[in-house]
Design a protein around this ligand. Sequence first.
Ligand code: FES
Length: 154
Amino acid sequence: MTAEQAHTPDEPLTIGEMSRRTGVAPSALHFYESLGLIASTRTPGNQRRYARHMLRRVSLITVAKNLGLPLSEVKDAFADVPLTQTPSHEDWARASRRWKRELEKRREGIERLERELTGCIGCGCLSMKACGLLNPDDALGTQGAGALRLRDDG
Ligand code: FES
């Protein structure tokens, strides 16, 4: 019997066990913890212990990373999911709805980029005024007239 098999279902996991179960390096687990994406408790000997519901968080972080999503979006999606107690089904369902809305926005942005890219490839004018890719939504137009990317701060 391995040390991991000796655990009861509610017994927290060591960082080594978390790493083995999720395939995520201990250093990455430390990083996720520093960002507040996961949490641990400490033993009297100051060793980390992870509640088992952290496995799902780490797995979702890995999925998000594989999809190229920034950790800030993961944090937003996890905002209402409790860290210090086992999340309910409704907690995860709420996080899923929130995440889906973000993904939908991202998908719309990519589709818009795709449409504009097709036009730009045929155009090539690189106009700050006309090109939706160089200046999406005329973002620089709100800062006044003229070229604003180069400034004399001296
Ligand atoms: S390059 Fe001309 S519109 Fe984008």
